[in-house]
Design a protein around this ligand. Structure first.
Ligand SMILES: Cc1ncc(COP(=O)(O)O)c(C=O)c1O
Length: 405
């Protein structure tokens, strides 16, 4: 059965200013998601829904700003302009009621760069760093790449399928060498938008044990109703004092390839250490097109984002309906609260991790993120990126359904 996803269900087409339905041929560009199909999946004959960028076209006001900048014939050194920082500060206030002081912000080309620099700045080789799997794999790769130890504090799954922090386990594993906690908020891949009480319980432990927190909040604008993102640093002044918040337009506005983000560090001592590590790695300039897109996004992006979230909700609904038709095979007990990533439980298929990957790659013909790549707890899951035009979602659902029938 072909499931039609109807955008007009959630979005009144008359009020739709932006076109998210346009299907863009990304094989015509150098998109990783498409270019690496052969290398990752051993075939190009699949619909790739793995890398976390969108197959939805960039907002026109961003493209126009970039085109305008391209007409200027000099592309020399530039730093992120003051006006761009101010645009992000205003955005954070509007969307998240977070007040950010300009002097607490530093540029970083990417959030993963921020994670690596934080590891270098606040820990020494041999120290251990708390990682809460299943999680976006650069969290633990960055730790081991820098010769630090992963202190594993896996998320736990409650009876209703909800994932949460395992606070008791965290208390029991912390030791004197524990210096940093990498928080993913909202969480990739489980899709949780953490509640205040959950964040507070993490904060309490970190405060008690003198642990710095790197809050990766790159997905924090991608939140579905009725959820609300709570910036970790907003919990209290004391929490703010131990927190680095990594934010940027990469996910929200699909600008990952333009490599621009910031990190907010209120504590001057932490900020000084972080800056020193940035200098050691010659991080600071970014790229001029990234700067332009960054500012255009935060200045003009409110309505585009609202419409995008309504549009993506249709894809979530369609996935949920699919799962509810095959409850003994695939599950999404709780739909994503944030991000554009669905974490689909596949234990009903009774396959080991290799078989599961082979099934989706060779039979379904979808390129998904294999759950085991996200660490402990991920083995029976597949991660599907649903930031695609509704007709592509329809196609993906049709492919899955054909093999489940
Ligand atoms: C939680 C999380 N952090 C960081 C990134 C990557 O961000 P950047 O491209 O800015 O390094 C991703 C991309 O998927 C992500 O999901």
């Amino acid at each position: 059965m072909l499931v039609r996803v109807n955008p007009s269900k959630k979005t009144n087409s008359n009020s739709m200013k932006y076109n998210f339905d346009q299907i863009i041929d990304r094989t015509a560009s150098n998109a990783e998601k498409y270019q690496l199909r052969q290398q990752i999946f051993g075939t190009e004959d699949l619909l790739p829904m793995w890398v976390a960028d969108m197959d939805i076209q960039t907002a026109p006001f961003i493209t126009e700003a970039l085109q305008q900048r391209a007409t200027h014939p000099i592309y020399g050194y530039e730093t992120l302009p003051e006006s761009a920082y101010q645009a992000q500060i205003a955005w954070m206030q509007r969307l998240h009621q977070l007040t950010i002081q300009r002097e607490t912000m530093l540029f970083s080309p990417s959030v993963v760069t921020t994670i690596n620099v934080a590891i270098q700045a606040f820990t020494a080789p041999g120290d251990n760093i708390i990682v809460q799997q299943p999680v976006y794999f650069p969290f633990f790769k960055s730790v081991t790449n820098n010769s630090r130890e992963v202190l594993s504090n896996p998320l736990k799954k409650l009876a209703d399928g909800e994932w949460t922090f395992d606070i008791e386990q965290l208390k029991s594993v912390i030791n004197k060498q524990t210096k940093l906690l990498l928080l993913c908020s909202p969480h990739n891949p489980v899709g949780r938008v953490w509640a205040r009480a959950e964040l507070q319980s993490i904060a309490n432990i970190c405060l008690e044990n003198n642990i710095t927190v790197l809050a990766d909040e790159i997905h924090s604008d991608l939140i579905y109703k009725p959820y609300k993102h709570i910036p970790f640093a907003s919990l209290s002044e004391t929490v703010n004092n131990i927190t680095l918040t990594a934010i940027g337009p990469g996910k929200t506005f699909n600008l990952a390839g333009l490599a621009s983000s910031t990190v907010v560090i209120s504590n001057p001592e932490l900020r000084k250490k972080f800056s020193k590590a940035c200098e050691a790695n010659h991080i600071g300039h970014g790229n001029i097109f990234g700067h332009i897109a960054f500012e255009a996004a935060y200045r003009q992006g409110d309505e585009w984002l609202n419409q995008l979230l309504n549009y993506l909700q249709c894809n979530i609904d369609a996935l949920q309906q699919l799962c509810s038709r095959y409850p003994d095979k695939i599950t999404m007990l709780l739909p994503p609260q944030g991000t554009y990533l669905a974490w689909i439980g596949c234990s009903g298929l009774q396959m080991n991790r290799k078989q599961l990957l082979k099934f989706f790659t060779e039979e379904v013909k979808l390129g998904l993120g294999a759950g085991f790549l996200y660490g402990t707890g991920g083995r029976e899951y597949m991660r599907l990126n649903f930031a695609v035009p509704n007709p592509i979602m329809t196609q993906a659902i049709k492919l899955i359904e054909k093999q489940l029938n």
